[in-house]
Structure formats: structure tokens, C-alpha cells
Ligand binder design. Structure first.
Ligand code: BES
Ligand code: MN
Ligand code: ZN
Length: 491
């Protein structure tokens, strides 16, 4: 991860970054951008040069706009102008992301933070720099970016120290969730995932981990998790990670779907649909990373992450379409499509949370249906809750974090599709909107927490086809930023 420091005196000025803002609308269209007021004195003439370059290069100051000017034999040797738009957090996030890509060949840069930059602006810059510079590689081959150090030049670091700590933790854990999700499933099985969590939390005070293995899952009746993993050579696991600070008044349970590979099972997926199914544990990665983040930031709220982990494979021991699954607590599901496996493992974890953990709030994140992208496109999660206040709180956190979600309804007229002649519920209806019906099925396991439950189908935003602002091609770590923002509002 890039080393970013707040400094009051420039240390080395080989590459200097100056922010530009829009000057406002002129009579004849957009006026050229102007340099933001600097907090610290810079080498003579540099700001004037930037002010002259902006109109010459037709810069408007929109967030993420970039212009690099080499100045051989002078200091700085490279002057980079970056647009920061309205100067809000989202604009700075975008600017930081664009900048870190543009200067990847430099080893060190110094960014002049404007005198009037808010702590939120610095948070956006920080997260943009750290998230857009993420790379996932299993080999050293190929050229790694040269950039290792970034200095943020400020008059006084003090007002920014707290947000910097939050931003660094948020970015670090989002990057970890991306790592877990990008890892190929030849490496990533339920046991491996649980080991990664164990290594990450070892020695953190007040953070407790329990991992259930197949024998314990069987003894306690976690039939959904065991059934889905039944076709795999790698046994299922249930990760229970508990951040329990002494001063907590609210208890939140976060459940994340953890299918380490989804072939579809006997109802096998076609080749194109199966290609990316190593990402089918992105919900589990997000909830575990957010819980580690809550502990790192010592948020005064109890958070328990539950990650039901299984590999949905095709073999002689795989479950069959038409089998009846008995979930934790005894509810049964008939399933005629082994590709609707996520809801079966989530049902166990939700029922366990409701019956044994009895939290104040219950939230689950899952790469649950392809229908999420059909309804809402590539970047937006489908959010469901009967609780307006809870939905509004999470939606606000999602927006501030720079992620996206859209609230969806839980219509009564689809509930009849969940009826089964054999069992309590039918898990794979073919009627109704796919993401909505999946949410209605999960709701059946929320018991007396039904109106304190929130579900996000995050299949679509869990993955990016190409680099895009702070997202990098591949796993996005969707949900870590949103959950940490939201958890910080509780307590
Ligand atoms: N993991 C998939 C959902 C998915 C699809 C995630 C595409 C990300 C991208 C899930 O297990 C699944 O297969 N869902 C089925 C449900 C159907 C069988 C009721 C689907 O969406 O087709
Ligand atoms: Mn599936
Ligand atoms: Zn799946």
C-alpha cells in the first residue's frame, strides 16, 4: 500500500501536484480553471505558471481532470495539475484516483492541499489514492508502478489526523476484501477463507473468532451450509467474528454470502455465467473486512460477522434438484435448482443470528442473483428492508462512501411463489423478479427481527469490468466502505 504522509514542510519537490478548481461560469461558456489557494509557500513562480497553464491547456477544473507539465532542470521537475471540481469528498476521491494512475511512473509525489480543504476532502483524496492504486497479482511478472510515497502538504496536520486514520483503515480493509474476492478458487476454499480471517484477527483485543467445521455444523443443524457444500472435496465452514467493545449499546449482526465457487451444482451454469463465480463470496469478504475495520477503529458498537462458507460443486455427493434441506432451527426448503444456493446458506446464518445472537439490527450482503444487474445496472446494489429508518441510514452511508444502492420493494403478491407442497418453503421460484423473490425468501428466516433486517443483493457492484475512478478491474470490495460509514453512525 502507498505510504501517504501529512507534512507541513515540503521534503522533496521532484513532482508537485497543484489542485485546480472551476472559476465559475463565464458569459461565453466555461471559464478556465484556477489554482486553489495553497496552504504552504511553494517555489517561486509555480502557482503563476499553473494559473497560466490552465487556460492554455483549456482546463476546466472538473474532478479528475489532469495535465502533467515537465520542467527539465527546474524544481519541481514535473508539475501536475489536477481538477478537484467543487472540492467535496466525492470530487477529491475522483481526483485522487485519476492522479494516482497518471503519476504511476514517478516514485514520489507531493500534493499541495488547499488551505481551505475540509477533513472530508482529505478523506476523499486519501481513499481515492489508496483504492485506485490497488493491484492484484499472483506473480511478480509485469511492471509494478514506481510510485511508493505521497506527501500531502498542509499548514497543520492536526485537523486531518482523525479522518486520515479512518480513511487508511477503510482503504486497507477494502483492499483486503478485494484480495479475498480476486483470489482464484483453486486456492480459495472455505477452510482457506477461515484461515485468512484467523491470520488477520490474531492478537486484536476484544475481537473473537469462532470457526465451525462440518462436524459441528452437523451437530447444530446447519443443513443449508452443509447441503450446498456437500458436492465439494472442501468442507463447509461457518465463520463467526465478534467485535465486542465494552462500551457498546447496539449489537449489529452482518451476514455475508460465502460461496467460494459457484458452478451452479447439478443445475450447472453455462460457461460464460460460471467464469467469474470465484467472486461469489464477496458478501462474506465485505462483512468480515468491515468487522475487522470496526475493531481497528474501535467503533463503540458490537458487530458480529457471520460468513457461511461453502463450495457449490458437481459430484456424486452434490445435492439434487428436488432435495429438501433442513435449516438451522428446523425450517425446511425444497429446491429444484441447485444454482439458487446462496439463499440456502444465508437462511441458516440468518436463523442462527435471530435465535441465538438476538441482535438489535440484522444486515446481510450477498452476490445473490444475476437479476440485480438486470434491474439496476453494473454499479448499484439492490437494497431491501421493511424499516424506513434503517434503509435511509444505510442508503445515506452508501452514498457518502461513494458506493451505490437502490431501495427495492418487498411486494406481497410474490410471496405465494414461495409455497411448496413438500416443505415449508420453495427456494427457487421461476416466477416474479429474481432479486425480489430471493429477498422475500430470506425474509422468512428473519423471525422477530423482520422489521430490523436489511438485505443488499450486491451481485452487480461486486465486480468491475475495467478500471473506473477508485475501482480497479476485478473485485471492488463493495460494501466495506458503506458498512464502516454506517457502523460509525451507530453506538
Ligand atoms: N451467484 C449467483 C448469482 C450471480 C450471478 C452473482 C451473476 C453474480 C453474477 C447465484 O447463486 C445464482 O446462481 N443465482 C441464480 C438464481 C436462480 C437459480 C433462481 C440466478 O441469478 O440466476
Ligand atoms: Mn448459484
Ligand atoms: Zn451463487
Amino acid at each position: 500500500m502507498l505510504a501517504i504522509r501529512l507534512v507541513a514542510e515540503p521534503d522533496r519537490l521532484d513532482t508537485l501536484v497543484l489542485p485546480l478548481r472551476p472559476a465559475g461560469k463565464g458569459a461565453g461558456g466555461d471559464a478556465p480553471a484556477v489554482p486553489a489557494p495553497t496552504a504552504v509557500a511553494l517555489p517561486d513562480g509555480v502557482v503563476d505558471e499553473a494559473a497560466a497553464l490552465a487556460p492554455a491547456a483549456r482546463l476546466t477544473g472538473r474532478a479528475g481532470e489532469l495535465r502533467a507539465q515537465f520542467r527539465p532542470g527546474r524544481t519541481p521537475g514535473l508539475l501536475v495539475l489536477v481538477g478537484v471540481g467543487e472540492g467535496d469528498e466525492a470530487s477529491w476521491r475522483r481526483a485522487g484516483a485519476a492522479l494516482v494512475r497518471a503519476v504511476a511512473d514517478e516514485t514520489h509525489i507531493t500534493i499541495s492541499v488547499p488551505a481551505d480543504a475540509s477533513p472530508a476532502a482529505v478523506r476523499g483524496l486519501y481513499e481515492g489514492l489508496l483504492l485506485a492504486s490497488y493491484r492484484f497479482r499472483l506473480t511478480d511478472a509485469g511492471d509494478a508502478p514506481a510510485l511508493t510515497g505521497v506527501d500531502l502538504l498542509v499548514a497543520d496536520p492536526e485537523p486531518y489526523l482523525a479522518v486520515v486514520e479512518t480513511a487508511r483503515t477503510t482503504a486497507r480493509l477494502t483492499r483486503w476484501a478485494r484480495d479475498l474476492t480476486n483470489t482464484p478458487s483453486s486456492v480459495k476454499n472455505p477452510e482457506w477463507f477461515a484461515e485468512q480471517v484467523a491470520a488477520r484477527v490474531a492478537g486484536v483485543p476484544d475481537l473473537h473468532l469462532r470457526v465451525r467445521e462440518p462436524a459441528e455444523l452437523a451437530a447444530e443443524g446447519f443443513g443449508g451450509i452443509l447441503t450446498v457444500g456437500g458436492g465439494s472435496a472442501h468442507g463447509s465452514r461457518l465463520v463467526e467474528l465478534d467485535w465486542r467493545p465494552a462500551d457498546a449499546r447496539t449489537h449489529v449482526v452482518l451476514v455475508g454470502k460465502g460461496i467460494t465457487f459457484d458452478t451452479g451444482g447439478i443445475s450447472i451454469k453455462p460457461v460464460p455465467a460460471m467464469k467469474l463465480m470465484r467472486k461469489d463470496m464477496a458478501g462474506a469478504a465485505a462483512v468480515v473486512a468491515a468487522t475487522v475495520g470496526a475493531a481497528a477503529l474501535r467503533l463503540p458498537v458490537r458487530v458480529t460477522a457471520l460468513a457461511p462458507l461453502a463450495e457449490n460443486m458437481v459430484s456424486g455427493s452434490a445435492f439434487r434438484p428436488g432435495d429438501v434441506v433442513r435449516h438451522y432451527g428446523g425450517t425446511t426448503s425444497e429446491t429444484t435448482n441447485s444454482d439458487a444456493e446462496g439463499r440456502l446458506v444465508l437462511a441458516d446464518a440468518l436463523a442462527y443470528a435471530v435465535q441465538e445472537l438476538r441482535p438489535d439490527l440484522l444486515v446481510d450482503l450477498a452476490t445473490l442473483t444475476g437479476a440485480n444487474a438486470v434491474a439496476l445496472g453494473k454499479r448499484t446494489g439492490a437494497l431491501y428492508s421493511e424499516n424506513d429508518e434503517l434503509a435511509a441510514g444505510v442508503l445515506a452511508a452508501v452514498a457518502e462512501a461513494g458506493e451505490a444502492a437502490w431501495r427495492m420493494p418487498l411486494p406481497a403478491d410474490y410471496v405465494e411463489y414461495l409455497g411448496s407442497e413438500l416443505a415449508d418453503l420453495y427456494s427457487a421460484p421461476t416466477q416474479g423478479a429474481g432479486s425480489v423473490v430471493a429477498a422475500l425468501y430470506l425474509r422468512e428466516f428473519t423471525g422477530d427481527l423482520r422489521d430490523r433486517w436489511l438485505h443488499v443483493d450486491m451481485s452487480a457492484p461486486s465486480w468491475a469490468d475495467a478500471d473506473d475512478a477508485e475501482l480497479t478491474k476485478g473485485a471492488t470490495g463493495w460494501g466495506v466502505r458503506s458498512l464502516l460509514r454506517w457502523l460509525a453512525t451507530l453506538g
